[in-house]
Design a protein around this ligand. Structure first.
Ligand code: TYM
Length: 378
């Protein structure tokens, strides 16, 4: 069982709560840390390092060194990532996607993006297939809005590609036992049978390019660590079918509004800022709900300083909205010394977040005319 119950935290693709110890999680899942050597190798090829690598937000991997070995031999990898369309896109989803865009640019890599309307229908009691399909179209706009190259990006909604996906999922599913699924995802006998089958569908895009090209192509999957159990199973099965194991590069979670021990999640709107929230709503949510690492009174804060490590506004700046290390460091220092008050810090975040989101929503509008260039249907 991959749930980390002992330390009072749980991480599965469908449930994340508690104070996550990322080192323990890495040990438990059997992923490797991103070392200085690996960072240096990435920097050599990319020319620089994305702030999510510099800051350890992407902190763990499987076979990233092998991906680079192959790349150096001229065997280029393609990227694969995805989204379970259960609602509008929220800030947390942007973390792996912004990083994936950087990888596409730096490594000139093709991206396969999977929208799992089937998954969210199966796992969310309250959602119909028509709901998850329309969220898939909605979420696709956010992917396109981030500026992925239309000539190198394919977006697949699962039910629009059932013919291709089902045929490729079947041999995968045949090699996965019910007990493996139970152990990997913590399922019990009450799960519906579609959910038990589902992981084989999430494995398909990792082999799609190899099948299309008729030769093995390395695949690198950026994602947050909650999705790891899927790819642990896929890595076990795919070599048995003659494919490479996919490599993974995995990030931490953006916390929800209520504090560092929460995870931003679409199923809890009080924790979450959606990309579709208005500037006013972004401001109100941050002012009212963003957990503060500051002191109870201004006097105490000036004397004792704040704690950016637990402050949600600071964490969002660090994880997504302030790519400039110097600026971030200054904010961090001023908050620690008490020069910067919680209200000031929140205002910095509100400005940065709204600037980002206003631009994003403009691009999102333009993306409506580009959907057909990105969406693949069989
Ligand atoms: P989903 O829709 O739950 O999440 C989409 C992507 O966002 C990551 N993520 C987060 N990252 C940072 N902070 C958070 N608070 C946060 N919440 C979610 C997820 O890890 C994921 O990378 N089953 C998948 C869809 C999928 C997929 C894939 C994801 C299909 N194929 C390949 C990654 C890679 C899902 O429901 O993701």
């Amino acid at each position: 069982m991959v749930n980390e119950q002992n330390n009072d935290f749980v991480v599965t693709p469908w449930e994340v709560h508690g104070k996550i110890d990322y080192n323990r999680l890495m040990e438990k899942f059997g992923t490797s840390p991103i070392t200085e050597d690996l960072l240096e190798r990435i920097r050599r090829h990319a020319g620089d390092l994305h702030f999510m690598l510099r800051r350890g937000i992407f902190f763990t991997h499987r076979d990233m060194d092998w991906i680079l070995d192959e790349f150096e031999k001229g065997n280029k990898f393609h990227l694969y990532t995805g989204r379970g369309p259960s609602d509008h896109t929220h800030l947390g989803h942007l973390v792996p996607w912004v990083f994936t865009k950087w990888l596409q640019d730096k490594f000139d890599a093709k991206l396969i993006f999977q929208l799992t309307d089937d998954e969210k229908f199966l796992f969310k009691e309250e959602l119909e297939l028509s709901d998850t399909y329309s969220y898939a179209l909605d979420n696709a706009l956010d992917v396109i809005a981030l500026g992925f190259d239309p000539n190198k990006t394919e977006i697949y909604i699962d039910t629009d590609n059932a013919k291709t996906f089902y045929k490729l999922a079947l041999p995968i599913a045949k090699k996965i036992t019910f007990s493996t699924v139970k152990a990997s995802f913590g399922f019990d006998n009450s799960m519906n049978i579609g959910s038990i089958f589902y992981t084989s569908i999430q494995a398909v895009p990792a082999i799609l390019e190899s099948v299309k090209q008729g030769k093995n192509i390395p695949c690198l999957i950026p994602h947050a660590i909650d999705q790891d159990p899927h790819f642990r199973v896929a890595r076990d099965v795919l070599p048995k079918l003659g494919f490479y194991k996919p490599g993974n590069i995995q990030c931490q979670f953006i916390p929800g509004l209520s504090g560092p021990e929460s995870k931003m999640s679409a199923s809890d709107p009080t924790e979450t800022i959606f990309v579709t929230d208005t500037p006013k709503s972004v401001k109100n949510k941050i002012i009212k709900y963003a957990f503060s690492g500051g002191q109870a009174t201004i006097k105490e804060h000036r004397e004792l300083g704040g704690n950016p490590d637990i402050d949600v506004s600071f964490q969002w700046l660090k994880l997504l909205f302030e790519p400039d290390d110097q600026k971030l460091k200054k904010i961090e220092e001023d908050y620690r010394t008490g020069d910067l008050l919680t209200g000031d810090l929140k205002n910095i975040l509100i400005e940065k977040a709204n600037e980002f989101l206003i631009h994003h929503r403009k691009e999102r509008e333009k993306a409506k005319d580009k959907l057909d260039r990105f969406l693949v249907k069989d």
